[in-house]
Ligand binder design. Sequence first.
Ligand code: GLU
Length: 375
Amino acid sequence: MSGHAISNFHRLVIKVGSSLLVDDSGRLNRSWLDTLAEDVAALAREGHEILIVSSGAIAIGSSVLGINKRRARLEDLQAAAAAGQVQLVHAYQEALRGHEIRAAQVLLTPDDTEDRRRFLNARRTLGKLLEHAVVPIINENDTVATEEIRYGDNDRLAARIAQLVMADALVLLSDVDGLYTADPGSDADAEHIAEVRNISKDILAMAGESRSDIGSGGMATKVQAAGIATHAGCSTIIASGVIAHALKALDDGARHTIFRASATPAVARKQWLAGVLEIKGELQLDAGAVLALRDGSSLLPVGVVAVEGVFQRGDVLTLKDEAGSILGRGLAEYSNDEATRLAGLHSDKIEAALGYRGRSVMVHRDELVLFEDDK
Ligand code: GLU
């Protein structure tokens, strides 16, 4: 197995399964976490950006509240999540602080990643944390999530995060070192698969329904997560975290399965944008804005000369030049009402025009595609 499985990538989402962090009696394995923090620090020093999606809140909280997690009712588990989450994130904060790395807690529900408006908010917030060199420690907001609206498992949440932040790699650390042709626990002929380029029916069948005892995600959810992430241009690695310094070991060549994305996250995002069928409105841009966009900048309110249609933040808009030719598409940062008020204004006038502090751009450069330069 070749090395640099991790250091080949720049922006990484690391998902840590409960079984790695918490033992059967609900105790947090701090020495393991310290080795993870050391590996994260080493990657950060080399310029990698890291986000951590960590499970473990319910497992820790169940022991805090003295409840049996397998027999408890939903409301008890939600209370356990609240009691456990504070300890979980504190442990990460302490472990990272030893390497002068700051941590931030981010709790999300599916609404935050499935609804386009909230998706943009979550994306900007996580982006800002990375700009500030803070490591987000992310979990599902289990205390308010109801059974019907849960991500269900943190593998899926981690894949949504990878998509949200346009990560180029998602690392799913659990107690298995990858995908096998059959269940290695029961079939001596099971063979490890090092690389997957296409998640075919055969691959899905291999993933089966196996479940690890403490966490909720099995191989099937990991492969589904890999499907979400690779579709968004993010390669996905399934690797074992049961050893100390799991990330370093992985980078040094430990066994894993990699699901390779065929496009970069930026290209995948632009392909998605180009393929959206429902266009809610249009913005007409002045010549200066057209040049700025071609140069890779965001669209500022000052460059907008006309606004048409009825749209909300997160809707897809057509971008046109002053002659009416279609330039491309972008996601609206503002509704049509707000956009109309802001058109032609310098960014420092946004607050006065809206009556509240808005965002500085009309369409962010990560959320637009120009048709002629769609390479
Ligand atoms: N969010 C849950 C927790 O922190 C874990 C979900 C999962 O096991 O994937 O306890």
